[in-house]
Write a protein that binds this ligand. Structure first.
Ligand code: XIL
Length: 385
């Protein structure tokens, strides 16, 4: 079949950086977080998070039609007393942004680092929130030691072993897992259909169904998600990316894998036009296959929007509203999750900063934790969906 035919793979494109337009996140930038995370890891279970971690049974939150969530980071929770409570005030779901990534849990082949993820998942559950897992297969979080292994059987054993240990540990605590993240080629028209990664070069396309099967075995109740970016805009490249996503979904289903949802990351480039019709058709096709949608990493990349806060927020309002127009009537998302909660802490200015000196405004709350108009609009629409 087209998607997982290894003969059609482009090889060794020589780029390890993030390949979406303007993205240039390197593995190195990701790894610089190690020291911060190690700090979190050194805190034992007794080190309670702000707001308490008594750890009683999770209270069932009164969940709205479409739950709203945020991705949280361990390094800010102790440092900024307003940070954790902002998630508690605004979110139905709180998920670790980085702490469940393969490379973040496996600094060495021998050890697992669980503490940062444990703390964040516990923080969510002990406050009556839900949580979800991100992610097993991702080119951007493949440990260096794993990339040094070239024997396909060995890579397979490490990948599946990792999934088994981690998915089992969080069984019953996470609602869903991003099993694979960004496996679609950046531009399937010229280099696809799948991204050239270490897993592709060693195991080939079968690493995708194998990762799904391993997750399902270790945590049968978890909703399994295929997560990817640039599925949202007008143009041939995004059309092609949506087609590959659908092909992958069908192939997984042909392999008797119960894929629950596609995650549309929703890192929205504010200057690009959302393809309301195209995304709507995509959402409908998924629905006809019995597959849901999650908007999984929403934020606004506004570096090409001229002007200040007013113009930036107006552009954000348009993008978010268009995306909701596409998905709410067709395949109501199972959750909408923003990639952070406050403009104080976001990956966007690290990777795609504005150059005019104005601060970026990617997230629902500003630097003073004040909600923006587009966030209020989003919440109203999710509540009414
Ligand atoms: C990013 C985090 O936001 C950063 O804190 C980290 O340094 C690198 O990863 N797509 C994804 C996410 O699926 O995992 C990425 O998160 C952002 C792009």
């Amino acid at each position: 079949m087209a998607v997982i035919d290894p003969r059609r793979m482009s090889r060794s494109r020589g780029r390890t950086a993030w390949q979406s337009p303007g993205h240039d996140l390197t593995t190195r930038q990701i790894l610089t977080r190690r020291s911060l995370l190690a700090g979190g890891a050194s805190l034992g279970a007794a080190a309670a998070l702000p707001g308490g971690l008594a750890g009683g049974p999770a209270q069932a939150a009164a969940t709205p039609a479409v739950p709203f969530g945020g991705a949280i980071q361990i390094e800010f929770i102790d440092k900024d007393p307003a940070y954790g409570p902002a998630f508690l005030d605004h979110c139905d779901l709180i998920m670790p942004q980085n702490e469940l990534k393969f490379s973040m849990m496996r600094w060495t082949r021998e050890e697992f680092t669980f503490e940062p993820a444990d703390r964040l998942v516990e923080y969510a559950l002990s406050h009556g929130k839900t949580s979800r897992g991100h992610c097993f297969v991702w080119w951007g979080a493949t440990p260096e030691w794993l990339k040094a292994i070239n024997d396909p059987a060995e890579v397979e054993a490490e990948l599946l072993g990792h999934i088994h240990t981690v998915a089992s540990r969080y069984r019953g605590k996470l609602q869903s897992w991003d099993v694979v993240n960004e496996v679609i080629a950046n531009d399937p028209l010229t280099e696809g259909p799948l991204r050239d990664t270490h897993f592709m070069r060693t195991m080939g396309p079968r690493h995708i169904p194998l990762a799904f099967k391993a997750t399902a075995e270790a945590h049968p109740e978890a909703m399994l998600v295929l997560n990817d970016y640039d599925l949202e805009y007008v143009g041939d490249r995004c059309d092609a990316r949506r087609k590959v996503a659908l092909q992958l979904v069908r192939q997984l289903q042909d392999n008797n894998i119960d894929i629950g949802a596609v995650g549309m990351q929703g890192h929205l480039y504010a200057e690009l036009k959302i393809d309301v019709e195209g995304v709507g058709r995509f959402a409908e096709e998924l629905k006809s296959l019995g597959v849901g949608l999650i908007i999984s990493e929403l934020d606004i990349i506004d570096r090409h929007i001229k002007g200040g806060a007013e113009e930036q927020d107006a552009a954000a309002m348009r993008s978010v509203s268009d995306l909701l127009d596409a998905v709410l009537p067709t395949n109501r998302p199972k959750a909408v999750i923003t990639w952070g909660i406050t403009d104080r802490y976001s990956w966007v200015p690290d990777v795609m900063p504005r150059t005019d000196g104005n601060p970026d405004r990617p997230l629902p709350l500003d630097r003073n934790y004040m909600p923006k108009g587009w966030y209020e609009m989003l919440r109203r629409r999710l509540a009414a969906a």
